[in-house]
Design a binder for this molecule. Structure first.
Ligand code: F6P
Length: 358
């Protein structure tokens, strides 16, 4: 009997989505030949709700290993709104179940981050056969040591820091680089260490601006003519840590600081008199071709998902644990975020290197 496998990509894109789609598709065709049909769902859960899908042909999965973005398109459809019936009067969960039936799917592969996995678990609880695949440059999915997209983003952010180094040195400036990551600081921590940042600020470790200023001044006293800060976009200080997020974002807006980096740069310049600039690489960190590491990881994850389909093992999320590809139950992953823990190896390394963590 023919098996019909749906694939969607949801949430923010990242390099490696196409490589993972390809990995799953090629491995499925390889093992099941004409007995498998792949249905591509456009624009994530939004496409599943609105019935945007089509049966794909094997040739469509060729030539996409190196391509950035996602051939299926993606969209953020917040989990918290899944059960809310909006003005369009559409019951989203019912619509997703109906379209799954309409497509005659045996299972659905959901490539995405934390939000995607929450909805994947919801659909699993609603009786659909779901497999999650862990995508995100934030590397913050619970139960996997690494997500695809992360290492490519580390490479890109590292190159930004490298390039900022030379201009910082020429102009004798303090450069504050804003790295993506609202809740998790993995990308900032890895690229900060790889790029030789002097100060690394993460959302997990609220900073004291006086410590940051002291670190800049200490470098100046040592004869260093510039300083580099790698700051996660979600970083906040010790005072803000005692407030609700809404409160401190409103307070920042009132002060005219829209981002953590703008505020830090202003405070450093005011306290030290050193010329300070902000650099925001933004979505460049999610663009372009996946690195060799991510191509391999995506292929491993995709091929593993194909094996799970073959074995009809559903309600799980693919993961990498201790260098082995495996899977977790979706209900164990959904709703949890893997943050940088105080005292982890990388934090210890940073401290040993004399990097100021705020
Ligand atoms: O989750 C990935 C991520 O790039 C975060 O690091 C960042 O905070 C967010 O997405 C940006 O989202 P958007 O693409 O919606 O601007």
């Amino acid at each position: 009997m023919k098996r019909r496998v749906g694939i969607l990509t949801s949430g923010g894109d990242c390099p490696g989505l196409n490589a993972t789609i390809r990995g799953a598709a090629k491995a499925l065709y390889e093992r099941m030949g004409d007995d498998v049909e792949i249905v591509g769902i456009a624009n994530g859960y939004s496409g599943l709700i609105n019935g945007e899908w089509r049966v794909m042909q094997p040739h469509e999965f060729s030539g996409i290993l190196t391509r950035g973005g996602t051939i299926l398109g993606t969209k953020r459809t917040p989990f918290k709104l899944m059960r809310v019936v909006g003005e369009d009067n559409v019951d989203k969960v019912a619509a997703m179940k109906e379209n799954y039936k309409e497509m005659k799917l045996d299972c659905l592969l959901c490539l995405g981050g934390n939000g995607t996995h929450k909805t994947a678990n919801l659909l699993h609880q609603e009786g659909l056969n779901i497999i999650g695949l862990p995508k995100t440059i934030d590397n913050d999915i619970w139960g996997t040591d690494v997500t695809f997209g992360f290492h490519t983003a580390v490479d890109i952010a590292t190159e930004v820091i490298d390039r900022i180094h030379t201009t910082a040195s020429s102009h004798r400036r303090v450069m504050v680089i804003e790295i993506m990551g609202n809740k998790a600081g993995w990308l900032t921590l890895y690229s900060g260490i790889a790029g030789g940042a002097d100060i690394i600020l993460l959302p997990e470790l609220p900073y004291d601006i006086n410590n940051v200023i002291a670190a800049v001044e200490k470098r100046a006293k040592q004869g260093k003519t510039f300083s580099i800060l790698a700051v996660a976009e979600g970083a906040f200080d010790t005072e803000e840590a005692r407030m609700k997020r809404k409160e401190w974002t409103a307070r920042r807006a009132k002060a005219g600081d829209t981002t953590a980096t703008a505020r830090i740069a202003r405070q450093i310049e005011a306290a030290t008199g050193f010329e300070t600039r902000v650099c925001v690489p933004g979505h460049m960190q999610r663009g372009g071709s996946p690195s060799a590491y991510d191509r391999v990881l995506s292929t491993q994850f995709g091929a593993h998902a194909a094996k799970l389909v073959e074995n009809e093992r559903y309600g799980v999320a693919v993961a990498m644990k201790n260098h082995a590809v495996t899977e977790n139950k979706l209900e164990d992953v959904a709703g949890k975020t893997r943050l940088v823990p105080e005292g982890c190896d990388m934090i210890t390394v940073a401290r040993r290197m004399g990097i100021c963590l705020g």
